[in-house]
Design a protein around this ligand. Structure first.
Ligand code: SF4
Ligand code: SF4
Length: 400
């Protein structure tokens, strides 16, 4: 796969200058060159310039070599480097995202990522689907899913559904399950339907800050049309964007991930969990729930409430969780990353799940069911391993 060469000769200087400016520039100067970031990076071993070496290149003013290498696109924005950095340098959000931004500005973008970004720009969703069909997943299901502007003008909860949960056939199953849980708990909620746009967070961390801001503005316009108490999202990427980044654009709304929302209602939920779901379950901490937002206990509390379920941990869990490979544009760089690494982190993760003794790999992010189910097909020892969202396991236990 070829990537266009960089045509803007001045961008190296611009980029270098931007990382010299406080506060990020000041932090970059505190790098100890300990190499922990590069060591913990899932693809550090195939990068010509993993984060620590990028900083070394910045200091020695040879950053143009980093920009000529295409391995920045191996970064899946998993926050593992940021988590371990003893100097607290915001590597994922600043260094890696800024480097990708410069490459995008220069046109040096892998074609598959370019297509995903164009889809987001043209259709408001990365899958290139019609915005009018955003709520089609609700058709013909038993659960009631009111849409703002049609059935309701106000509700206690605005459920921000997201691109994959709206359009991807595998993830729509999870959306239907969440609708069932909300109905069973008697929650007053509504979705935005065609008023909703992609949250843009993965596009931002893939270097498309401008597109992120456009999508955020569209969502803000939709949020402001209706009255609601809080936003609940099934997508940790959307949760991260609305909680941490939208406010920097003046878009502030209370938001929670569904695992927080349901864990708070555990006493109401428990009597509904009647059917045992026997077997060992292991939970994959999504990067944008765990490392990015410190939410580790709530999904586990939900799984532990399921009768018959035995929770076991993988060798990497909690803060050390191994990325599924989908973040920061990784969802749309499959071909490029396969050519470089000839392996997928989702396959490593499935092997860890097998080693933990689990028969079910539980997830809480819409990127994960398709990624891990593909990995189950390619990892020989994984036959029989089930990949289920936490919501799907709750519904299984609720069913008569
Ligand atoms: S972990 Fe932090 S201090 Fe260590 S090399 Fe990486 S950026 Fe520098
Ligand atoms: S965010 Fe993750 S993938 Fe990107 S450089 Fe850091 S450790 Fe590597």
């Amino acid at each position: 796969m070829t990537i266009p060469t960089i045509t803007n000769p001045s961008f190296n200087e611009t980029f270098y200058a931007s990382l010299q400016t406080p506060p990020t520039g000041e932090r970059v100067r505190t790098c100890l060159q300990c190499g922990m970031c590069s060591g913990v990076c899932p693809f550090g071993y195939v990068m010509d310039f993993p984060p620590g070496r990028m900083i070394a290149a910045l200091r020695s003013e040879i950053f143009d070599r980093v920009m000529k290498s295409d391995t920045v696109w191996m970064c899946v924005a998993c926050y593992a480097c940021t988590e371990v950095c003893p100097s607290g340098i915001p590597l994922t959000e600043k260094l890696m995202a800024r480097a990708k931004e410069e490459l995008i500005l220069s046109g040096a973008v892998p074609a598959e990522l370019q297509l995903a970004l164009e889809n987001s720009q043209r259709y408001g969703n990365v899958l290139g689907q019609s915005p009018r069909k955003r709520a089609d997943w609700t058709k013909g299901i038993q659960a009631t899913v009111p849409v703002f502007g049609k059935e309701k003008k106000s509700a206690e909860v605005l459920w921000y559904v997201g691109d994959y949960a709206s359009y991807h056939p595998r993830v729509q199953t999870t959306s239907r399950a969440f609708a069932q849980v909300l109905n069973a708990l008697g929650v007053d909620f509504a979705i935005l339907g065609s008023d909703e746009s992609g949250d843009g967070d993965s596009q931002r961390l893939a270097g498309e800050r401008g597109l992120f801001e456009v999508l955020a503005a569209k969502n803000a316009q939709a949020f402001r049309k209706y009255k609601f108490g809080e936003i609940i999202t099934t997508d940790p990427h959307a949760f991260n964007a609305i909680k941490n980044v939208y406010p920097t654009l003046g878009i502030s709304f209370p938001v929670r991930h569904y695992t927080q929302f349901l864990a708070e209602r555990l006493e109401q939920l428990k009597p509904l969990l009647k059917q045992p779901v026997n077997g060992k379950i292991t939970f994959h901490d999504p990067c944008y729930l765990g490392r990015a937002n410190n939410i580790y206990d709530e999904p586990r509390a939900l799984l532990q409430a399921i009768p018959g379920a035995e929770l076991v941990e993988m060798s990497h869990s909690g803060k050390t969780s191994l990325c599924c490979g989908g973040g920061g544009g990784g969802m749309w760089l499959e071909g490029f990353q396969w050519e470089k690494a000839h392996t997928r982190t989702s396959e490593w993760r499935v092997r860890e799940a097998i080693a933990s003794g689990a028969t079910t790999l539980a997830v809480a992010c819409p990127y994960e069911p398709p990624r891990f189910e593909d990995a189950v097909k390619t990892v020989r020892e994984a036959s029989g391993m089930e990949v289920r969202d936490v919501i799907e396991l709750l519904v299984e236990s609720m069913e008569q």
